[in-house]
Design a protein. Sequence first.
Length: 363
Amino acid sequence: MAFRKEPTYTHGQPPSTGVLLCNLGSPDEPTAPAVRRYLAEFLRDPRVVEIPRIAWLPILHGIILRTRPSKSAAKYASIWTPDGSPLKVWTQKQATLLPGWLGERGHRLTVRAAMRYGSPSIASQLDAMRSEGVTRVLVLSGYPQYSGTTTASVVDAINAWSAGARHVPEFRFVNRYHDDAGYIEALASRIRAHWQANGRAQQLVMSFHGVPERTLHLGDPYHCECLKTARLLAERLGLAQADYRVTFQSRFGKAKWLQPYTEPTLREMARQGVKSVDVVCPGFISDCLETLEEISQEAREAFLHEGGKEFSYITCLNDSPAWIRALTDIAERHLAGWPTLDATQVEALALQRELAQSRGARQ
């Protein structure tokens, strides 16, 4: 096996810890060629499309990558910001804020953002961290609910990079935090703030990203974890079961996916006389195409077209202080036992231990 060139090992080099915050990714720009490159990488992942390669690749290259990029590029263009893809912008902001919040607790470490598909890639960010002397990496997933289609694919990318490395760092993985108290409270705070500013709609719709239904029957816990998030969030908000709906969006292809589907549910609600809805996407920690275009634009239009009067999309957690605090708590718990404290903190802890031992000896 050929290994990549890597930094020279120095005897006695102190261990250094880093956090790699991983999210799905997006095209580099809202153009058909860029979207085609992105979709080719994304849809070639066997975790994403579980169809035999011999059957799937001709469909992907012969149909999908010829027809879908231009349509998707127009959708991306409708939500693009001056700084680029919203998903990348928010993920980078989270990665920029996290070391500061951890630093206030005495931790000194490297934090980098990476995209599973597109740039900056997981491999390129791991290369950069290793060149900076990082020897231990906490891989922090941007997916609160575990799924083989998302979380496990990040693990695959880490393993693929490790296969070409001679000196492999230690790795830890944050695979889920769907029921984390801080995450739930951050979601609740986001919704409460919206209600305080805009009033509360008749119904709250919690829309999660969909996956094929067969993944549930094959042992994927994603569906159950989405329902638990929804239940805990409803309890935190003091909602009765009749006050909210749980739906699944982003269906792709003709296979049966997790139901109920978001847009058809919103259409039916409007036809049944529901005049106002608030829609939140708890499974997304950062706003992206699926929230800003699919929900705030397409789902809004569908609800209003069927007779609904008021549609409010509640933005994702993004860089809200409650969420960054929760993210810091999650990272800190999973970093336990690794060297992340600066010299001053180490000396202070050593002094505390000495004082405790001294008091114990006197007693």
